[in-house]
Ligand binder design. Structure first.
Ligand code: MEV
Length: 374
């Protein structure tokens, strides 16, 4: 029996970081996916292959998983906690030292999350697992959430079919279990990111444009056509560290930080109102686009003030500003990706020129479909 599940990446339109502190964020799925194929085997060893731009492509056995677990003690018996760098390092060494040079050590937390989800849901059944992704890793587009969602979905679908011996209506059964998928994916995200808000796994599981606050997700029904240019700075960064730095700043400046976070929340709320409003004509659409552009500028300014921007992000902002276009970082910041709003009046020729200029700095630009299914 083989199951393949895929889950989309995401962009955060407003409210990243503030959402970790209980404020509202607005996020959307994008049509770039991570897929996980899982085939249970009746006997023999299980293997895992990660095929994506991580450069990791390795296989190892269920026997190795058991060995790793015995070395790590039993972190798998209860709710997982974020894995420390030390755990990650010992795990990487146990799995395959060659696959995890120092520069890729952070990726081992994804393997740790895999182990936790796999053994919690399927136990030690041998399986062949193949992960492939269209999403750049660690760039703010929700690659880890898409990975955790697709993995949880495949594992749960397979555990269902094993338990209930259902060969028909498998997809239907799985759809009804989206909540469960989301719950498991959140556990995986906690291992990778420490203290995530849950917005990334929720938007990846359920798709569309959503509003998210303190673990509660509301779907936003929007007919507003949103065009965004996504620019990847190619500067790698660590979500866990960025989130921790913001929390530390909040401890040092509670009053100032709470004002900033409240201001970000107001921006998210306004975003959600605007994209739900019905634009009766082109004039009305332009006015809404102008408001969104201003909100993006304000949101970016506030993100700068909490310390999550980066020189590469600022270069993109300045470049787009020369074209009178507004941008903001998306996700954790510190590098990663930047969104530039492309209002409906902006021609393809202008966008091409901007892309050419941004790419001359070594950045990578692309557009993606916004708001598809999870
Ligand atoms: C990361 O995509 C978004 C952050 O707000 C972290 C989180 O919400 O878990 C920075």
């Amino acid at each position: 029996m083989e199951v393949t599940a895929r889950a989309p990446g995401k962009i955060i339109l407003a409210g990243e970081h503030a959402v970790v502190h209980g404020c509202t964020a607005v996020a959307s799925s994008i049509d770039l996916y991570t897929s996980v194929s899982l085939r249970l085997r009746s006997e023999g060893e299980g293997t895992i292959k990660l095929l994506n731009d991580t450069g990791l492509d390795f296989s190892w056995s269920i026997a190795r998983i058991k060995e790793v677990l015995s070395h790590l003690g039993s972190p798998f018996s209860s709710t997982p906690t974020s894995c420390s760098l030390e755990t990650v390092k010992s795990l990487a060494a146990l799995v395959d030292e060659k696959s995890f040079p120092e520069s890729k050590i952070g990726l081992a937390s994804g393997v740790y999350a895999f182990l936790w989800l796999y053994t919690s849901i399927l136990g030690f059944k041998p399986a062949t697992v193949i992960v492939s992704s269209e999403l750049p890793v660690g760039a703010g587009l929700g690659s880890s959430a898409a990975y955790c969602v697709a993995l949880s979905a495949a594992l749960l679908a397979l555990s269902d079919s094993v338990k209930m011996d259902v060969s028909q209506k498998g997809w239907f059964t799985f759809k009804a279990k989206a909540e469960l998928v989301n719950k498991w994916a959140f556990e995986g995200e906690k291992i990778i990111h420490g203290r995530p808000s849950g917005v990334d796994n929720s938007v990846s599981t359920f798709g569309n444009v959503i509003k998210f606050k303190t673990g509660v997700m509301t779907r936003i029904d929007s007919n507003m056509p949103l065009r965004m240019l996504i620019t990847n700075t190619k500067v790698g960064r660590d979500t866990k560290a960025l989130v921790a730095n913001v929390s530390a700043r909040k401890l040092r400046h509670p009053g100032a930080m709470s004002s900033v976070l409240n201001a970000i929340e107001a921006i998210s709320d306004e975003w959600s109102t605007i994209i739900q409003s019905h634009a009766v004509d082109d004039l009305c659409l332009s006015a809404n686009e102008e408001k969104l552009a201003e909100l993006m500028e304000m949101n970016q300014g506030l993100l700068f003030s909490i310390g999550v921007s980066h020189a590469s992000i600022e270069t993109i902002l300045q470049t787009a500003m020369e074209y009178k276009l507004a941008s903001k970082l998306t996700g954790a910041g510190g590098g990663g990706c930047v969104l530039t709003l492309l209002p409906s009046h902006v021609s393809g020729a202008v966008v091409d020129k901007l892309v050419e200029e941004l790419e001359s700095f070594g950045f990578q630009c692309f557009t993606a479909g916004i708001g598809g299914n999870g």
